[in-house]
Design a protein around this ligand. Structure first.
Ligand code: IPM
Ligand code: MN
Length: 360
């Protein structure tokens, strides 16, 4: 298969981790006789520095003309500390999601057996956790009308959702649940928010078309608590943009490091794959950032094209690396010399020699 992949490494550790994902994809291409063509373009703070635009037109055009996008990370502390900045790196990512119509953000959360002791949560609570979060990505408070009063003392962000926006992601969540444990939990704040009441109404109605799937509801404050009290109760979580952002970072604690969590953002025409972590500026250039989230995002890219054997081989390589503690400092306790690139090398080597007795 031939896949044209737009590579947007972005800021901070983005380029370092994305390089490892590319390394792994190249190993897959060789092993399975595929052609993956990579074309790189700037996004985020680096694009602001170069062109005063977090999403230059050429970058957006490249994404539109590619089959898939591999995204690194976005953000720079110089903007975080300046709330008055008019141009911000994050605008690049948000515009990309909106322009490409990437309305569903899928974030798998898994407790790996070999990492149960790395999580601050107790083993017996997290063991067996396997959740798929379906976060709405192009609506809600992220994209509603924003306002700051003339005197700068009052601000507002509008949260708006339409039936259509809710239905299209809900269908994806229910279809996913069919191939999992047949359960969807809608996370909302329907005791307070009108938008949440619309979500409940629309999703309840739509669920009738999926009689094999159980639907339940949780208020987001309770869901935040349940996520660390009893994450095993969840299968597919369906939620709006902001709640999904918060709950997925919280859920990352279960796996032992946010550096493990991959995501896919899909729409009707385009698909983008990115780690859920940010640009981790403190680690930039040190070759210490965990590349697994980026590598697993590459596996999700392959799954998107139905290349399941290929994706599974990457996952096996990741599991092997975790088992042997070929892991970066966020997870590693035994060795202190495992770098970002060594993890990438190990997984790429595993793909080329899955039966090599040295690594099996
Ligand atoms: C994420 C990030 C983004 C978001 C930021 C960088 C705009 O936190 O992908 O979760 O809030 O969606
Ligand atoms: Mn986030």
């Amino acid at each position: 298969m031939k896949i044209n992949i737009a590579v947007l490494p972005g800021d901070g550790i983005g380029p370092e981790v994305t390089n490892q994902a590319i390394k792994v994809l190249k190993a897959i291409a060789l092993e399975f006789d595929h052609t993956f063509l990579f074309k790189e373009a700037p996004v985020g703070a680096i694009a602001i520095d170069q062109q005063n635009n977090p999403l230059p037109d050429q970058t957006l055009d490249l994404c539109k003309s590619s089959d898939a996008i591999l995204f690194g990370a976005i953000g720079d502390p110089k903007y975080d500390n300046d709330p008055t900045a008019k141009v911000r790196p994050e605008q690049g990512l948000l515009k990309l999601r909106k322009e490409l119509g990437l309305y569903a953000n899928i974030r798998p959360v898994k407790a790996y057996d070999m990492l149960l002791e790395k999580s601050p949560l107790k083993r017996e609570i997290i063991e067996g956790t396997d959740i798929s979060i379906y976060r709405e990505l192009t609506g809600g408070i992220y994209f509603g009308k924003k306002h700051l009063s003339e005197d700068g003392n009052t601000a507002s962000d509008l949260c708006e959702y339409s039936k259509y926006e809710i239905e299209r992601i809900a269908h994806l969540a229910f279809k996913a649940a069919r191939n999992r444990k047949q359960k969807v939990t809608l996370v909302d704040k329907a005791n307070v928010l009108e938008t949440s009441r619309l979500w409940r109404k629309v999703v309840t109605n739509l669920a009738k078309g999926y009689p094999d799937v159980t639907l339940d509801f949780l208020f987001v404050d309770n869901a935040a608590m349940q996520m660390i009290l009893n994450p095993n109760q969840f299968d597919v979580i369906l939620t709006e943009n902001l709640f999904g952002d918060v709950i997925s970072d919280e859920a990352s604690v279960i796996g032992g490091s946010i550096g493990l969590l991959a995501s896919a953002s899909v729409g009707n025409k385009h698909a983008m794959f990115e780690p859920i972590h940010g640009s981790y500026p403190q680690a930039t250039g040190k070759d210490i950032a965990n590349p697994v989230a980026s590598i697993l995002s590459a596996a999700m890219l392959l799954e998107h094209f139905d290349l399941h054997d290929e994706a599974n081989l990457i996952k096996k390589g990741v599991e092997k690396s975790l088992k042997l503690e070929i892991t970066t400092p966020d997870l590693n306790t035994s060795y202190d010399n495992i770098t970002t690139s060594k993890v990438g090398d190990f997984i790429a080597d595993f793909i080329s020699n899955p039966n090599d007795s040295n690594i099996n």
